[in-house]
Design a protein around this ligand. Structure first.
Ligand code: NAP
Ligand code: MN
Length: 264
């Protein structure tokens, strides 16, 4: 397969068509071949924000044999290294090999022991009722705690700056393959107790959440920016996935540059 087969992923309603045309021309002038099926691509470029990048990875099947690239239509985010307005910057970067490949850990989730789903930001599970939601939390086979409250977020390192950060989880370097578990409004009193702080698990561990079957067992399960259609849930098995998502890194744009740019 040609290594310069390029597929653009975007929503028609969000981007001007002449802007897309300009980008297509630019790509072809620089030796890329545009393909109309993402399966033929070895580079998949999303156009939009981080949310669009997450969709691009999800809709193309979390491939580990291609390079994903984020082109931002607004401010540079966490997954977008290029800005649509900076066309010279894009060309220059590809020409002068200012690009390194980096690999981002993803997580693998099995719901009720069925087929696996992948997440690049996080898997979240929360109550769909105004009633406490109860889960037994196992680390490997060890019963660690019984959670009562709204739900839990299990984030990847790159997802640590998203939902996880809003609930005071730590920002984690993506060079550390791990899972971070953080709580959504846990009940903590003389009867019920959870750790109460986020915790981080190594890629050698697995996390099992057994939903207590007490009537509140149709939780909302989210994989990045997509919700699983409402269904009966008994168990989630979560671990760091074997596959990683490859993307580009420009010089002077490490993860920590992005954290500084976004938050400081
Ligand atoms: P959204 O609700 O439109 O976006 C939430 C915001 O998070 C957007 O500004 C988005 O950037 C940004 N974002 C996405 N991934 C990020 C990351 N890894 N680090 C830092 N910021 C990130 O939904 P969306 O754009 O489709 O993004 C989905 C993500 O939203 C979910 O995976 C979850 O992490 C997050 N979320 C957060 C909360 C919360 O903080 N309370 C609640 C639900 C979901 P762009 O504008 O560039 O897309
Ligand atoms: Mn968004």
């Amino acid at each position: 397969m040609d290594r310069r087969n390029l597929y653009f992923f975007y929503r028609n309603d969000t981007i001007e068509s002449d802007e897309i045309e300009t980008l297509f021309d630019l790509a072809e002038k620089n030796g890329f071949k545009l393909v109309s099926d993402d399966k033929d691509a070895n580079i998949i470029a999303s156009i939009g924000g981080d949310g669009e990048f997450l969709q691009a990875v999800r809709k193309t099947g979390f491939r580990d044999d291609c390079l994903y690239v984020g082109i931002s239509t607004g401010q540079l985010g966490f997954y977008c290294d290029f800005a649509i307005n900076d066309k010279e910057g894009m060309v220059e970067a590809t020409m002068n090999s200012q690009i390194e490949v980096r690999r981002y850990p993803a997580i693998e989730v099995k719901v009720n022991n069925e087929s696996a789903f992948y997440c690049l930001n996080e898997c979240s599970i929360r109550s769909s009722l105004i009633k406490t939601f109860v889960m037994d939390v196992f680390i490997d086979d060890f019963h660690f705690e019984t959670f009562r409250g709204d739900g839990l977020i299990v984030a990847t390192p790159t997802g640590s700056t998203a939902y996880n950060k809003s609930v005071h989880g730590a920002v984690v370097d993506p060079k550390i393959p791990c899972l971070q578990v953080s709580e959504l409004a846990s009940l903590n009193n003389n009867r019920y107790r959870t750790l109460g702080s986020p915790f981080v698990l190594s890629d050698e561990r697995s996390l099992t959440l057994k939903v207590v079957q007490d009537g509140n067992d149709y939780p909302v399960i989210g994989f990045d920016n997509e919700a699983l259609s409402s269904r009966h849930c008994k168990q989630l098995d979560i671990k760091v996935a074997d596959r990683r998502i490859k993307t580009v890194k420009l010089k002077n744009n490490s993860f920590w540059h992005k954290v500084q740019r976004s938050f400081l």
